[in-house]
Design a protein around this ligand. Structure first.
Ligand code: EPZ
Length: 426
């Protein structure tokens, strides 16, 4: 397995170009299945998770190819509605093909995604919503088998519009459901929807494909089903979590970072926290600059659904808190096990105490280099941030985690003046 060698202690200064959002690209790729004519998607990041989903969609017989950051898809060649465990187990967001396959072709067989390091990641809400739309769903041998109701001639019919309220805010559950509802017979009213920018991006592309959706970006959406959806050309929204991760590097080292090809409107709660910690934040139409003079100030963080502070930035902000002046309190409300970066940060000298969902971080003057292990995607970025600030050379093992969500990560870090080397594993 590959590892990173990072020599820390320098101020991070420079510019970084932000890629398309992983968490938007994945549902947008799944939504391509709904189109009867070809779709072209731009600004798709080159990431392991994206490549896995492209492979899974190709496995259904659909013609899909990725050239650079553009993906084209033609669903006329589909010959299977099956998403195998071998692929789904490596990328749990594959469950997002369930709604589109079911809506478009009346049936789907998708492996249940496993849990992952940060939590059990159930999909009960996805299944409940599809059942509310008339789907028959069974789970057999680890596979979700879903069938739309039969029509009056006994053929695979269409899902039916319904009124459904999610038990909790779920990004993937909202995405699967709006994709299924877009082709349902009748109107679907959804309450307690996720409002993340990536959900908005998906809804906007569906509208461009001919879907009729009201309430985009709100907790209450109305989707009037249409008979078919057509292809379109669309571009993935910038990655707000990648943006926040690189900007936070400026705060770790008293430096200055400008993130380009991004949008401040996607991440107001994160930028407000940066300012609360003493950073100077300046924004433009497609760029954000963060400048940090001296040490950041301690801050309290609680992760909640958008537009509140995002769980995907929790590990990164905790790392800034590790070297802040004062004591910070962090409450992780979304996932049950998203503190696996804590023991690794403690090895580097961080003073963190975890009690259930709450972490209390006592800021220290500096972190020290140490061999550490990445445990999940955002934790791996938090360790990179700590290594960049620490005195000495840090070795981070299992960095395949970071390759899932940060495109060209070494190049972008080097562009900010970071001394980093990827050591190829056996
Ligand atoms: C998406 O995951 C993101 N992934 C996650 O990003 C992100 O952390 C998460 O949303 C929350 O913002 C993608 O978009 C590919 P949820 P998702 O359904 O959709 C519970 C990253 O680092 N829940 O909003 O799987 C669930 O257990 C990743 O980029 C149910 O109980 O998250 C969790 O506690 C990590 N039943 C909470 O809801 C369900 O049916 C939120 O999960 C669905 C979810």
């Amino acid at each position: 397995m590959d590892k990173f060698l990072i020599t820390g202690g320098t101020q991070v200064k420079g510019e970084v170009v932000i890629s398309g959002a992983k968490n938007a690209a994945l549902p947008l790729l799944a939504a391509m299945i709904l189109a009867e004519t070809p779709v072209t998607l731009h600004n798709v990041p080159t990431l392991k998770d994206v490549n896995t989903l492209v492979k899974l969609i190709a496995g259904t017989g659909i013609t899909i190819e990725k050239n650079g950051d553009t993906v084209t898809c033609d669903t006329s060649t589909i010959n299977s509605y099956y998403a195998p465990y071998e692929l789904v187990k490596t990328m749990r967001a594959s469950i997002l093909v369930l709604g589109p396959l079911l809506a478009r072709f009346g049936q789907a067989e998708v492996s249940l995604p496993g849990g992952c390091a940060i939590g059990s990641r159930p999909v009960d809400q996805h299944l409940k919503a599809l059942e509310a739309m008339g789907a028959t769903i069974t789970v057999e041998n680890g596979y979700v088998k879903a069938k739309a109701p039969l029509d009056k001639d006994g053929n695979r019919g269409r899902l039916k519009g319904c009124h459904f309220t999610f038990d909790m805010v779920t990004v993937g559950g909202t995405e699967n459901t709006i994709m299924a509802a877009a082709l349902a017979e009748g109107t679907t009213h959804l309450e307690n929807c996720a409002r993340e920018p990536e959900v908005v991006d998906l809804a906007n592309m569906l509208v461009k494909m001919g879907a009729k959706i009201e309430g985009i970006g709100t907790a209450y959406m109305t989707i009037e089903g249409v008979d078919k959806l057509n292809g379109c050309e669309y571009s993935v929204v910038p990655d707000r979590i990648e943006t926040g991760s690189y900007l936070a590097l400026a705060m770790m080292t008293g430096g200055e970072v400008t993130a380009k090809k991004t949008e401040a409107s996607l991440m107001q709660s994160v930028l407000k926290k940066f300012e609360e910690m003493g950073a100077q934040v300046t924004v433009g139409s497609d760029w954000i600059n963060v400048k940090m003079a001296g040490r950041p100030k301690a801050v309290d963080i609680r992760t909640l659904p958008h537009p509140a502070f995002p769980t995907d930035m929790q590990a990164q902000l905790m790392t800034v808190c590790c070297i802040a002046e004062g004591t910070s309190t962090i409450i992780e409300n979304i996932f049950e096990n998203r503190y696996m970066h804590v023991p690794e940060l403690q090895r580097m000298g961080a003073n963190i105490k975890v009690d259930g969902h709450t972490a209390v971080v006592q800021g220290v003057d500096k972190l020290n280099a140490a061999p550490v292990i990445a445990t999940d995607l955002r934790a791996s970025m938090s360790l990179v941030m700590a290594a960049v600030a620490a005195q000495g050379e840090t070795c981070i093992e299992r960095i395949y985690h970071i390759d899932r969500g940060y495109e060209y990560v070494e190049d972008k870090l080097r562009g900010l003046g970071v001394t980093i080397e990827r050591v190829k594993g056996e």
